[in-house]
Design a protein around this ligand. Sequence first.
Ligand SMILES: [Zn+2]
Length: 352
Amino acid sequence: MSQPRIDTDGHGSRRWRTFHRIVIFALSAIPINLFAQSPFQFPTANHYLYERGSELKFFAPTAPEKPWTSGSFGCVRNDGQRLHEGLDILHLQTGKRGEPADPVMATADGTVVYCSSKPSLSNYGNYIVVRHLVGGIEIYSLYAHLSAFRPGLKTGDAVKAGDVIATMGRTSNAEIIAKDRAHVHFELNLLVNDNFAAWFKTTSPGQRNDHGEWNGQNLNGLDPREILLQEHNPNGNFNLLNFIRSQTELCRVLVRATNFPYLKRYPMLVLKNPVAEKEGAAGYEIVLNFNGVAFALVPRAESEMKSRAKFQLLSVNEAEVRANPCRHLVVRRGGHWELGNEGLRELELLTH
Ligand SMILES: [Zn+2]
């Protein structure tokens, strides 16, 4: 094919082309990780996380006498026995009658997938879920306790990182959030199963699910504090896939299931196994972190599986159970480890 002529107008002039080359050269000289390393932005103007020693300006602890960590992610409540699955980011602005007034912004480019505007239906109060694709990985941000959504915002809307989507508030059906600790509860999650609503109906008869698949139980949180700090580190070269893959292993479970949505949603977390490739997969060995995030899945052939059990606990990292016990996914009974009710429930949902 012949090259199209480009010198028919001023843009084709030699000077213009030289200028183009210089621009392209200059752009190519910028390290690629400048573009790649900060996929997530703060959901509000509060950036005190980056100031060492200013944690109490960033996090809203559960009470004045509690440490800032009670507003961060993980087994941070009830002496480490209760999970907090996001960050409670303190307000900076107050409006009428001392109510929080901070605009809440999308953390990354994405699509609004859920707006829950009936605060009495959730401990999140009014909340928004946004789907993002970061490095090819589906990740879901959640913003809770909002007072109001941006007028007109609805499910299906595309948003850009930094777009205002709501105003901070104090809505919740469970706790009364005092004005001085008004915050946005911010999560970054992997989605466990598209079929959540149907699964919930069969496993939790009589219990209400008002949020379809956008129920918090179907969203497994990663630590947004770690993510925001790592991507801020100029030497860190943050990469979301590496971040997920480098979670600390809590336990390993063999499941007799080969066709569940998570495998298709997160194929980058499925590892290779030549035996299963040759003989066909009869199940998956799944590695879970303390919060039940399945961060590595290895296909296993029938010849590699010793048990007929639906779920078989293969190993437990006891140090991690001690460090992060709050989900109680595995429990020790009569001197040996087994899957606890919470662990079984997590695996049932994952493989449903
Ligand atoms: Zn919270």
